[in-house]
Design a protein around this ligand. Structure first.
Ligand code: UDP
Length: 364
């Protein structure tokens, strides 16, 4: 096949898998190169052998989207189980349903505010500060290693604020967990005769140069600073450490995620994975469960990057790396790591769909 119709996809997370699948279907020959031993990026899951519980290896992933094209695309590769995500927050040994809505506010202040009353109540700085200090200050300082005032405000705005009793964490029209697990999405997306996969292989700038000399386009979703050998320094990431424990109890916490919002509890949240598959009656009924404590931590080169830390220094450095792209018209960089953006799974897929469609139009 001519090189004009061959592409390399470096990184096999959702962004890369989407690009690979769409281009394979458009008649391109796709070589996928993945640094880890398995595809799936941070969406990768494992199955606990004795209990059958699907464990999200890099922390909880709940698929949610309001983008029709993404929902249509992903459902070609999996059915969803209809799971609706709720997050509980534990503060001073009490449990609260997390969106900042009537359930949480009324319980916290021992009130019975109505939708018409809550806005006025929260506009009193004394009340909003008490609430913010209980549920955001401690959690955010653990999560980001900084005070909430020092992080990008868009991060905290991810958590919904509502004047009703809706305790769904996400406001999207569509959500759920893949019925037969996250890994099966990737198995099906990559199951195409035009896709070839090589794992355990890091894609380097030398590979990029070679691809350039051959006229092969590369879609890269690793960190851009790593690709260019950290020559301007490393972008700032927040990393996570997980402690997984198997317990001989049927149900440890009664729900999939509990956030621990106080600064002096060292973890930010505990995931209990069996709750993501309420339809798996056999798994639910067993006296076994898998929980995972999540500890945010600083990142250094060699650690797993999870969350981009936006700062003026990072933005300036990112710009320098973006300038390097000018030497490589055969390179497209994307995904959470590549773009250094706090993308959700559906946003990564949406971007990839756009990019792959534009690329194939150009090459027809
Ligand atoms: N956050 C918080 N308390 C909570 C939940 C979230 O302070 O109980 C803040 C925190 O700064 C976090 C941000 O809101 O990083 C976004 O939360 P989200 O649940 O979207 O985080 P993710 O699941 O992506 O880690």
């Amino acid at each position: 096949m001519e090189n004009n119709k061959s592409v390399i996809v470096a990184g096999a997370g959702l962004w890369g898998a989407t690009i690979a699948r769409v281009l394979a279907e458009k008649g391109f020959s796709v070589k996928v190169i993945e640094k880890r031993g398995a595809v799936g990026g941070n969406v990768r899951a494992g199955i606990d052998e004795s209990s059958g519980i699907e464990v999200h290896l890099y922390g909880s992933h709940i698929f949610h989207t309001h983008i029709p094209e993404v929902w249509d695309f992903i459902r070609r590769f999996t059915e969803f189980n209809g799971y609706q995500h709720k997050v509980l927050a534990r503060y001073e040994d009490k449990m609260y349903f997390l969106p900042l809505g009537l359930a949480l506010i009324n319980k916290f202040f021992s009130l019975e505010l109505t939708p018409g009353e809550v806005k006025d109540f929260m506009s009193d700085e004394k009340n909003s500060s008490r609430l913010f200090d209980a549920f955001f200050r401690g959690y955010t300082s653990k999560q980001w290693g900084k005070a909430p005032e020092d992080i990008d405000p868009s991060i905290i705005k991810r958590v919904p604020v509502r004047d009703n009793y809706d305790i769904n964490y996400f406001s999207d029209t569509n959500q759920g967990i893949p019925l037969d697990g996250y890994n099966s999405i990737f198995d099906r997306m990559f199951d195409h005769s035009a896709i070839e996969i090589e794992t355990d292989r890091e894609f380097t700038v030398e590979d990029l140069d070679e691809a350039k000399s051959q006229g092969i386009h590369v879609f890269y979703s690793g960190p851009i600073d790593r690709l260019f050998g950290y020559k301007f320094g490393s972008l700032e990431w927040r990393s996570l450490r997980f402690e997984t424990e198997k317990l001989a109890v049927k149900d440890y916490q009664g729900t999939s995620v509990v956030n621990y919002t106080e600064a002096d509890v060292p973890w930010t949240r505990i995931h209990e994975f069996k709750h993501y598959h309420p339809e798996q009656k056999n798994v639910m009924d067993r006296s076994e469960t898998v929980i995972m404590r999540e500890y945010p931590c600083d990142w250094k080169v060699g650690d797993e990057p999870y969350y981009p830390v936006n700062s003026p220094e990072s933005a300036a450095m990112l710009e320098k790396y973006r300038q390097c792209l000018k030497d490589y018209p055969n390179l497209t960089v994307g995904g959470r790591l590549g773009e250094f953006k706090y993308y959700d799974m559906d946003q990564s897929i949406a971007k990839a769909l756009e990019i792959a469609a534009a690329f194939s139009r150009e090459r027809q």
